[in-house]
Each structure stands twice: as structure tokens, then as C-alpha cells.
Design a protein around this ligand. Structure first.
Ligand code: FE6
Length: 680
């Protein structure tokens, strides 16, 4: 048998299985990965040396290879039909180059590196040759060995190409064209614009190779001399794509897609991108436009940040963080708890992980941005990143700062904050429910907003505001209702209203569950008015009922009679002095949990079972005309009295919000009407 406490537990754990209550915007951008640049740590700026052009002499025989069938298929898709705009091949190749530089930096800083690698500029050099119709993209990154040249190409072909092709199919026409980047096959896009591609690459401690192909089915690999560390890609452009050997065109494309790439991009000897880590600059020196640009870049969207938290701390950890709160409402993607986009984690400008999921708690997954901490060792392994005291500390500090920041916004910009809360409040509620630390819960609870009986319709206040208005009792009352009008007319609220007791109104889906689960706030008990009524011992005291009421003995008699007629439905019947204009109400142990249970899990259950779980108690008003007449009727017309009491009970269940479908009223209602009309 279920008991109510168990029900409460089930409910609170399941709360966030329900999704989509928040308005949902289009989400193509959400599927795009967040890609945050790392910044060049090399003290040198960029070299003026030009890209070598095919003066790498052969150092051995060329060997011919065939593309695997799937590789070929994928190459054709990417080259012929995936992108509507050809210019994106530049973004893809730059992104590969940037990743290669990133990998190099990482290896360079975390291991002892050989002399050969030190002190060379880490950059991406791009050269255009309009006459020759050639575009060259060179990076001084980690480079590829012969094996890697072969296997990197085929990676997709071997691991899950079927899924990949299927995903491509599914995405067709969805406007999302960033899948390629995620799978690291951006290189294929070179064949959109080139009829021949040469790749010169050398990894540290390994000879250099030239790879070449026309993309039609075979490629050649040859050992060559004089290859720089890193990778150079030479594109022999198709005639119709000659625009990409024009400096101005290429420059614009770089600005458009790759402006924040973390290494210098040098186009024909001139720097073409911005390489300043925004988060390391003095917050005062960063104009909002820079934030907007950077935010768009990291979020892969055309959204704007509504709040910007540029945070700098040295104690207890060294932290530089740039955190953005989106202007746009959350999409389904953010709503999902499976989401894999978080903050990018850096240490001293070197990227450790672009999409972390544990630098902020899960409920803050809508926050985007960058965290840079000098205290994180570079060689932080994946396991350590998942589970280290350092990361936990970082999370605690950042979470505390984010909450404090939002509290500040609440007092400084109440209107903007209210808008934020209406868009993202659901995440805050999730944060409270999923946190097990009472103090942290209460910190987040300061961010909640509610309507209140003391405020005008539509105005909202915080729990702190409520407390400032409270006089004696250390209690915060709340009442869940579908609307203000229904809240105001609620039978449960009647007597508190008369006493002018302030009550917070919960209109949003999870409000009452959050307050129920929170239990306390700054030493104030959170009590729903329904629970208050159920537990009100004073109201059950029937010594001073007055003239206008059933007498005590009559009440006892009637209660017993009702109990009999409602057996299997109401567990108990109780007289209360807290009702005024209503004949009766139903109370259960935890109304919020019960309503959640009814909404989410009760559909398969029989009526009997449902009542057995809910254990409703009928509270009757001995001063109400209907109750007084009911008493008389039990003597004069017991049959009609029984129909009446059953109707009163089901009505009360509806009033309590414990009936999903109001049609259940009709059967008993018609029985009753029939009986009433019998003599006419
Ligand atoms: C993609 C060419 C095979 C590195 N640097 C750069 N590109 C890279 C890698 N790729 N993979 C690794 C790729 C090509 C061939 C794969 Br052939 F660009 N710039 Cl380390």
C-alpha cells in the first residue's frame, strides 16, 4: 500500500520528467556545438614568412590509395550537396587548423617539448593566388603522420558512418549545417570548391608527406622534404569558384565565421581576425558590442546576451569567467537535461574542454560562456575533470557567484529580472528541487518570484519581500491555484483572507512543489493553506459554535453517517470552523504532491486505489445551510441525502484540484437531479 510520504518522494523525483511547459522557440541554433576559441599563448605575434608553394621535393615513391566506399559517399555528399553556401569550406578548414594548433599547445604545455617546437609562431596562414586560382591554408599545429593522413580521412567511414549518413538524412532541409564540424570531416568541404587538393603535413618526430587527390576515388601519398610542422592545404579552385582566390572575398568570409578563432589568422601577411581573450580584459574596457559578438560566436546563434557576468576572483581560486544569460527563451534543447553544451574551460588561455557539463550545476545549463582558471592543471585527465575536488570547488564558487549576480539583478533591474524569471524561472525551480543542501536551496530560493494576496494582480515579489512584511508568526503561507480569481475564491484561503494574512499564490506548474520541497526559508516555515487547514486544531474545537450551527451531537451523528456513505472514498470526516461560504472541502496530507500524482501517475489506477492512496478527509462546515439541511435530510430522505453527500464530496475533490476530468461530476449530478425532480 502506498502512503503519502512515499508519494511525496516519488513526485519530487519525477518532477522534471515533465517538460515543455515553457514556451519553446525554434532550436536550430541549439544543435550547433558551442565552439570557443583558445588564444595564442606564444609571446611572438605572427611571422611574415610566406607559405611555401610546392617546393617540397620528393623523398620517396608516391603510393596510390583508394577511398573506402563510405568515405567516398560522404565526400560526395559534403562536396556536392550538404552546404548551400560554398564559402563555409573556409570556416571548416580554419576550424581544423585551429583544433590542430590547440592540440599542439596542449601537448606543448603539458609535456616536455623538443627544441624544434619551441618559439615558432602558432598561427594560421592563408594565401590567395588569383592568377594561379589557388588558395592555401597552412597551420603550425600538431600535424599528421602518414598513418593519420590515411586514417583521419577514413575515421567516419569506419566508426558509425551509417549513423552519420542517417543523421545527415534526418537533418535534410532543417537548416542545420554544422553537423560536419561535429564529426571532424570538414576537410571534405574542400572538394566543394577545388578540383584538386594537396595536403602537406608533418607531425613532430615524423617525416613530412604530401597527400593529393581530385576527390574522384583515389588519392596519392608521397614522402617529401622540407615540410613545416603542421599542415598546409593547397586548393586548386574550380573555375566557377575562383572568387575564393580573391583576398577581399576570403577576408570577409574569415570575419564572418572565424573572427574569434583563438590563433592569429594571417591573410597574405596581414592579420585578419581578433585574437583577444575577452575574459582576460578589464571588464570596464569591454564594450557591450564585444560581448554581443562573442556571445553570438560561442552560442552559434543570432541571439543576444540579456545579462553579462564578467567575473574575476583570486581567492579561493583564480577565476576569470565570462558568463552570458541568453535573451531568447529556452528551447527544447536547453530544457532537456541531456544537453551537452556548457561552459568552455580554459587554463591560462589554453582550452581544456569546450563543452563542460560540471563547471556549473545542471540547472544552470542555459548559462553560456568561458571559465579560465590558473589553478586547473593542464594535464587534467578526463576522469579528473569529471570527479575532482578542484572542479567541485570551482562549481561551488561559480554557482554562488551566479546566484548572487541574479540576486543583484533582481534588486537593480526588477523589470528585466522579472522577464528573466518568467523565461528561465523553471530552471531555478529545478535547481532548488535537485539540490540536497538546504542552505544552497535557500540561496537559490531567493531568486523565486510569486504573486501575493497583498499585491495587485500581476505584481510579483520574492520570499524575502514576504518576510519583510511578516509581523509575528514565522510562517510563509502559499496557495496553488490555476488563476488569481480562483485563488481569491478558494475555500481553503477564506479564513486567512478574513484575517488579512498574506498568502503567496502559486500559478506556475512547479511552484507549489518547490515550496513544499523547500520546507523552510530563513527560519520561516513554508506552509500551504490547505495543510494549515488540515492541521488546524483550533478550528476543530467545536465548543463555541454559536446558535447558527449544528450542535456538537448532531455534528458527530452526521459525521458518522457521512463516513459510512463515503466509505472507500473519504478516509475521515471532520467539522471545521474555518469555512464560511463553502459547505465543505477535501484535504489530503500533501496537496501539492497529491495534485502532481493525479496529473502524472494516477491514470492507470482504479477509483478505489486512487482514494486509498490519497486518503482524502472531508472537512464540513457545520454553519453552512447545505450541511444543516443535509443533517435533516438524513432523517427525512436518506436516499436523497446520500446522493447529496456524494455530490458534495466529488465537488470538493474538483475544488481541491484532485480531479483531472470534470466529466466525472456528471453521473452523480444527474442521479441527484433525477431524485430531486422525482415529485414534480
Ligand atoms: C583533417 C586532411 C585528412 C590536423 N590538422 C589539420 N587538419 C586535420 C588534422 N585533419 N585531421 C587532422 C584532415 C585533413 C586529410 C584529415 Br588528407 F585536413 N589542419 Cl592535425
Amino acid at each position: 500500500m502506498f502512503s503519502i510520504p512515499r508519494l511525496t518522494r516519488i513526485s519530487s523525483r519525477r518532477i522534471f520528467l515533465l517538460k515543455g511547459r515553457v514556451p519553446v522557440k525554434n532550436i536550430p541554433s541549439a544543435l550547433q556545438q558551442i565552439h570557443v576559441p583558445a588564444y595564442n599563448i606564444s609571446p611572438r605575434t605572427f611571422s611574415t614568412e610566406t607559405v611555401k608553394k610546392q617546393d617540397e621535393p620528393p623523398a620517396g615513391e608516391a603510393t596510390k590509395h583508394e577511398f573506402q566506399a563510405e568515405t567516398k559517399m560522404l565526400l560526395d555528399i559534403v562536396a556536392k550537396s550538404l552546404y548551400s553556401e560554398k564559402e563555409v569550406f573556409i570556416r571548416e578548414l580554419i576550424s581544423n587548423a585551429s583544433d590542430a594548433l590547440e592540440k599542439f599547445r596542449y601537448a606543448h604545455l603539458s609535456e616536455n617539448s623538443s627544441l624544434e617546437e619551441t618559439d615558432r609562431p602558432l598561427e594560421i596562414k592563408i594565401e590567395t593566388d588569383k592568377q594561379g586560382r589557388i588558395l592555401t591554408i597552412q597551420d603550425s599545429g600538431i600535424g599528421m603522420t602518414k598513418d593519420e593522413l590515411i586514417s583521419n580521412l577514413g575515421v567516419i567511414a569506419r566508426s558509425g558512418s551509417k549513423q552519420f549518413l542517417q543523421q545527415l538524412k534526418d537533418k535534410e532541409g532543417s537548416g542545420d549545417n554544422n553537423i560536419i564540424g561535429q564529426f571532424g570531416v570538414g576537410f571534405y568541404s574542400a572538394f566543394m570548391v577545388a578540383d584538386k587538393v594537396e595536403v602537406y603535413s608533418r607531425a613532430s618526430g615524423s617525416p613530412g608527406y604530401k597527400w593529393s587527390s581530385d576527390g574522384s576515388g583515389t588519392y596519392e601519398i608521397q614522402p617529401v622534404e622540407g615540410v613545416n610542422l603542421g599542415t598546409k592545404i593547397v586548393l586548386y579552385l574550380k573555375t566557377e569558384c575562383r572568387e575564393f582566390s580573391d583576398e577581399e572575398t576570403v577576408k570577409n568570409v574569415i570575419k564572418k565565421y572565424s573572427n574569434f578563432i583563438g590563433s592569429p589568422i594571417v591573410l597574405n601577411g596581414e592579420k585578419a581576425n581578433t585574437v583577444e581573450p575577452l575574459w582576460l580584459q578589464n571588464p570596464k574596457d569591454v564594450p557591450i558590442e564585444k560581448h554581443q559578438e562573442f556571445y553570438r560566436y560561442i552560442s552559434g546563434s543570432y541571439d543576444l546576451p540579456r545579462f553579462v557576468l564578467h567575473y574575476k576572483a583570486d581567492v579561493p581560486l583564480s577565476i576569470r569567467a565570462l558568463l552570458y544569460f541568453p535573451e531568447g527563451k529556452p528551447g527544447l534543447f536547453e530544457m532537456s537535461r541531456e544537453t551537452e553544451t556548457g561552459l568552455a574551460l580554459y587554463t591560462r588561455k589554453v582550452l581544456i574542454k569546450s563543452k563542460t557539463n560540471n563547471i556549473l550545476p545542471k540547472w544552470l545549463r542555459f548559462v553560456k560562456g568561458v571559465v579560465d582558471s590558473e589553478d586547473i592543471p593542464l594535464n587534467l585527465s578526463r576522469e579528473l575533470l569529471q570527479n575532482s575536488a578542484l572542479i567541485r570547488k570551482l562549481q561551488t564558487v561559480l554557482t554562488g557567484r551566479v546566484i548572487k549576480y541574479l540576486q543583484e539583478q533582481q534588486s537593480k533591474k526588477p523589470e528585466e529580472y522579472e522577464k528573466f524569471f518568467s523565461d528561465y524561472g523553471i530552471f531555478i525551480k529545478e535547481g532548488i528541487i535537485t539540490n540536497h543542501d538546504q542552505l544552497e536551496k535557500e540561496e537559490a530560493a531567493k531568486l523565486l518570484l510569486f504573486e501575493s494576496s497583498q499585491l495587485a494582480d500581476g505584481k510579483k515579489c520574492s520570499l524575502n519581500d514576504y518576510i519583510t512584511r511578516t509581523k509575528e508568526e514565522k510562517t510563509i503561507f502559499y496557495l496553488a491555484a490555476p488563476s488569481r480569481a480562483l485563488a481569491e475564491a478558494s475555500p481553503y484561503y477564506e479564513s486567512l483572507k478574513k484575517k488579512q494574512q498574506e498568502v503567496l499564490f502559486c500559478f506556475e506548474p512547479y511552484d507549489e512543489l518547490v515550496l513544499m520541497q523547500l520546507q523552510q526559508f530563513r527560519g520561516y516555515k513554508l506552509i500551504s493553506v490547505e495543510k494549515d487547514m488540515r492541521d488546524d486544531k483550533e478550528a476543530s474545537d467545536l465548543t463555541n459554535l454559536g446558535e447558527d450551527s449544528l450542535k456538537r451531537s448532531e455534528i458527530n451523528e452526521l459525521s458518522d453517517w457521512i463516513k459510512g456513505k463515503l466509505s472507500g472514498k473519504a478516509t475521515n470526516v471532520n467539522a471545521t470552523t474555518r469555512l464560511e461560504n463553502h459547505p465543505c472541502v477535501v484535504t489530503v496530507e500533501e496537496m501539492a504532491a497529491a495534485r502532481h500524482f493525479i496529473r502524472t501517475q494516477s491514470h492507470q489506477l482504479s477509483d478505489d486505489r486512487r482514494y486509498a492512496i490519497l486518503q482524502p478527509r472531508l472537512e464540513i462546515n457545520p454553519r453552512h445551510t447545505i450541511i444543516k439541511k443535509l443533517y435533516k435530510l438524513t432523517k427525512e430522505n436518506p436516499k436523497l441525502a446520500e446522493l447529496l453527500v456524494k455530490q458534495l464530496f466529488i465537488n470538493s475533490m474538483v475544488g481541491a484540484g484532485l480531479v483531472e476530468d470534470p466529466r466525472v461530476l456528471l453521473v452523480s449530478m444527474n442521479d441527484l437531479l433525477e431524485q430531486v425532480l422525482e415529485k414534480h
